[in-house]
Ligand binder design. Structure first.
Ligand code: NAP
Length: 244
């Protein structure tokens, strides 16, 4: 067994975890899917690309024998999270899931939760101008929307865009003032987002509250059963290094 810890990444938390583990003297290998054209690279060693499903990841664990895996992927990256749970269980590798909490509505918020992107598309079908912030891979579910759709993503979306799409390629974080100005400029009537949680992309929700706009949030996919979960980078560092 190597002393290496495999961090499944692609999130700000994963980068912070890699930095904290490197600072604590832990040998870290971060894994990225390779989707983003110009990723911000974590500290420590990095590998890029899929493993080939749960079987491929189990083979990788058998070959590389890391002492632990921390799945710090995005709350909506359900396939790699399922793969990690199955592969770690098959190989007996300790596995921790690091997942930040979802957002919680406050006074003045007009939030509706739905179970899927398709349900979100149905919910906003006749809602006027839609501000879509569901990520590049989620845009296709909204292709049949009849109205104006402001689509914001880091990289160009996969699949077809709605006929009335206005595409905005931009990488956050954005301030509340910037988000509110954008919503006003485009006459946004409703905001659609995944319940990603975290401070980095929260400004749009605060801006929507300020403008009195409704928000449709897609619920997170469920986590695999039996996997230990923490919600902070600090707790993940303690899990790896032991208390004190
Ligand atoms: P996904 O649907 O769960 O994964 C699809 C496939 O991509 C997986 O089956 C796996 O391929 C590969 N993959 C995903 N994450 C990987 C990783 N960290 N290292 C190596 N391979 C990985 O994931 P996704 O939603 O496409 O997300 C891809 C990446 O973007 C993840 O790292 C995630 O943290 C990040 N991200 C996702 C979102 C989002 O909204 N979904 C937002 C921000 C960042 P194999 O089956 O071949 O192993």
């Amino acid at each position: 067994m190597s002393g290496q810890v495999l961090v499944l990444g692609g999130t700000g938390e994963a980068r912070r975890l890699a930095a904290a583990l490197v600072a604590a003297g832990v040998d870290v290998l971060s894994s990225l899917a390779g989707r983003v054209a110009d990723p911000v690279l974590p500290e420590g060693d990095v590998r890029v690309g899929g493993f080939g499903g749960a079987g491929g990841l189990a083979d990788w664990l058998a070959t590389h024998r890391p002492r632990a895996v921390v799945d710090a992927t995005h709350p909506f990256a359900a396939r790699i999270t399922a793969s990690a749970a199955a592969a770690a269980a098959r190989h007996g590798t300790p596995l921790l899931r690091l997942q930040r909490p979802g957002w919680t509505p406050g006074p003045g918020d007009r939030w509706t939760y739905v179970d899927s992107l398709d349900d979100a598309a149905r919910a906003v079908h006749d809602a006027g101008t839609v501000f879509l912030t569901t990520g590049r891979q989620g845009v296709a579910a909204f292709a049949a929307l009849p109205g104006r759709v402001l689509v914001r993503a880091v990289d160009p979306p996969d699949g077809p865009l709605p006929a009335g799409a206005v595409l905005l390629l931009a990488r956050g974080p954005f301030t509340v003032d910037e988000e509110a100005a954008l919503m006003r400029e485009h006459g946004v009537d409703v905001v659609v987002t995944k319940d990603s949680g975290g401070a980095m992309t929260e400004a749009k929700l605060v801006a929507a509250r300020r403008l009195g706009l409704p928000v449709v949030l897609v619920r997170r996919p469920p986590l695999p059963a039996g996997v230990e979960v923490v919600t902070t980078v600090e707790a993940a560092v303690t899990w790896v290094t032991g208390p004190g």
